[in-house]
Design a protein around this ligand. Structure first.
Ligand code: SF4
Length: 91
């Protein structure tokens, strides 16, 4: 089973009103040379639009692994509010 298949098996309860992810300073994303958030995230949450020069954050796909917060100091990260976010099913 590959990563995409495993991600497909996860359950999510999306908080439509509030993202638990963001950036502290959007202007820093414009001059960031590596944009590591766009390739370290296993769920491909971050995409940089080079034409519009903005970072889109598909927070509803986040598996709360914390990789992006380590990779980039400009990421604003917190756990989703209680009851929201990913749920792992085992078995
Ligand atoms: Fe992606 Fe993990 Fe960061 Fe969520 S916590 S956005 S899954 S790297």
């Amino acid at each position: 089973m590959n990563l995409e298949d495993k991600l497909y098996l996860l359950g999510y309860n999306i908080n439509e009103e509030e993202s638990h992810l963001g950036v502290k300073n959007p202007d820093e994303c414009k001059i960031c040379e590596k944009r590591q958030c766009t390739y370290v995230c296993p769920a491909k949450v971050y995409e940089y639009d080079t034409k519009g020069e903005f970072l889109s954050i598909n927070y509803d796909a986040c598996v709360e692994c914390g990789t992006c917060r380590i990779a980039c100091d400009n990421i604003s990260w917190k756990y989703p509010k209680g009851g929201f976010g990913v749920s792992y099913k085992f078995g």
